[in-house]
Design a protein around this ligand. Structure first.
Ligand code: GDP
Ligand code: MG
Length: 439
């Protein structure tokens, strides 16, 4: 999305405010990204309208391109909509009663075990697991197995018992055992079902859980809305556990559910193992929904690869006219690995300015390629001492890299210009006069 948005906005140049026209295409891209993430279409419309309202007439922040500014707005709105504040569970309640609800296969049983482990580790809680899904013997066995792995007590449910009675009695047993966290692992169905809903409502009324967590499979994008709506209407959910986010799901369900129920995701399941549970980070899901994960990683990568020290060393070398074609090539290769040239070059302090001084299209990608080819055709000596490059050498280099002699000249000229700019920027005259590499 980042890339598409950037190109959409690059056409707009340095516009200073966002208006109806220049955000139109951007909004379209956002709508597509959300639909691709399987966010419910009603939710998409609502969100896009909201972003539009906020963006219109907004002044582009200093130092940002209009596209970047727009992305910033979209990202912020999304994070806010996902609501980061309410995450976590009520830690004051003792015993804290958690009721897990959701469709069959969404991950209720697994998440019960995960939350038990999480609460024991992070908050020294003593969990008590309650199998309240009596319709499938395997369901009881499954929770018993998890309880054994966790070495944690479990209510001895059997298939002939009534789920409401199980939960009520489990509260008594939990107290006897000194457990201060009770997890009701309720039954699910493949689809919503009245009888089940009534049963869940009864458990709620009899046991008064502080938290009713709706467990949603991240892969269920569109469907999540109706299901979440129904569970919420009947039971009043207090939060969401979004499971299977270790797959390639974009997590659009988080946005849909939050929008229709008003309840945010509290936990995210990221694997089958009991330890694979995370607290909800709205920013992570926001970038995932927008497909910006790659961009974030890229920026992180760029920042770590071209760290400050390195950039400083490079600037110093340039200032002292020691920066040569070999250094240049090294940096170019590093940058190329990272993807989009233009944006990345700008992340090197001072580079944005240099590029401006060199003209707007200083380094589009194919020019980078050509530049790399030319430098690769130079001998190491020529790279280190560009002064050596005379007419016959230029001709050899041009042939070797498949370009015209004029291109070699342009590169040498640009390089010289860059060194000069660098030197003046760094106040290069300070340490005594030194002749530039190119004489
Ligand atoms: P329930 O029917 O709602 O109780 O769902 P289960 O807890 O039995 O989970 C259904 C399946 O999803 C099982 O195979 C789990 O191992 C798997 N599962 C649950 N949570 C996650 C998760 O976060 N990531 C992955 N990869 N699998 C999960
Ligand atoms: Mg289950």
């Amino acid at each position: 999305l980042q890339e598409r948005l950037s190109s959409t906005f690059s056409k707009l140049g340095g516009k200073k405010t966002l208006d109806e026209n220049n955000i139109k295409e951007g909004l379209r891209e956002v709508r597509l990204a959300l639909l691709e993430a399987d966010v419910n279409f009603k939710v998409v419309k609502q969100f896009v309208d909201q972003v539009k309202e906020r963006a219109m007439g907004d002044e582009v922040l200093k130092g940002l391109e209009p596209g970047q500014h727009f992305i910033k707005i979209v990202n912020e709105e999304l994070i806010e909509l996902l609501g980061g504040e309410q995450q976590g569970l009520d830690l004051k309640a003792k015993p804290l009663k958690l009721m897990m609800v959701g469709l069959q296969g969404s991950g209720k049983t697994t998440s019960s075990g995960k939350i038990a482990l999480f609460m024991r580790k992070q908050h020294a809680r003593k969990p008590y697991l309650v199998p309240a899904d009596v319709y499938r013997p395997a369901a009881i066995d499954q929770l018993n197995t998890l309880a054994k792995q966790l070495d944690c007590p479990v209510y001895p449910s059997t298939t002939d018992m009534n789920p409401v009675d199980i939960c009520k009695d489990a509260l008594v047993k939990a107290e006897e055992l000194g457990c201060d966290l009770v997890l009701f692992d309720t039954a699910g169905r493949l689809a919503i079902d009245e009888v089940l809903m009534d049963e869940l409502e009864n458990i709620k009324n009899e046991c008064a859980p502080q938290e009713i967590l709706f467990v949603a499979d991240a892969m269920t994008g569109q469907d999540a809305v109706t299901v979440a709506e129904t569970f919420n209407e009947k039971l009043g959910i207090t939060g969401v556990v979004l499971t299977k986010m270790d797959g390639d799901a974009r997590g659009g369900a988080a946005l849909s559910i939050k929008t229709v129920t008003g309840q945010s995701v509290k936990f995210v399941g990221v694997g089958e193992k009991l330890s694979e549970l995370e607290l909800f980070h709205p920013d992570r899901i926001a970038s995932r929904i927008l497909g910006m994960g790659d961009m974030m990683t890229l920026i992180e990568k760029a920042q770590s690869e071209i760290n400050e020290d390195e950039a400083k060393a490079m600037a110093e070398k340039m200032a002292k006219a020691e920066f040569d074609f070999e250094d240049f090539l090294g940096h170019m290769k590093k940058l190329k690995k990272l993807g989009s040239m233009e944006g990345l070059l700008k992340m090197i302090p001072g580079m944005g300015n240099i590029m401006k001084q060199m003209g707007d299209n200083a380094m589009p990608e194919d020019e980078m390629k050509r530049t790399e080819a030319i430098i690769s055709s130079m001998t190491m000596q020529e790279r280190r001492q560009p002064k050596l490059i005379n007419a016959s050498r230029k001709e050899r280099i041009a042939k070797g890299s498949g370009v015209k002699v004029a291109d070699v000249n342009v590169l040498i000229k640009n390089f010289k210009q860059m060194s000069t700019v660098m030197q003046s920027m760094m106040g290069g005259g300070g340490k005594g006069k030194k002749k530039g590499l190119l004489g």
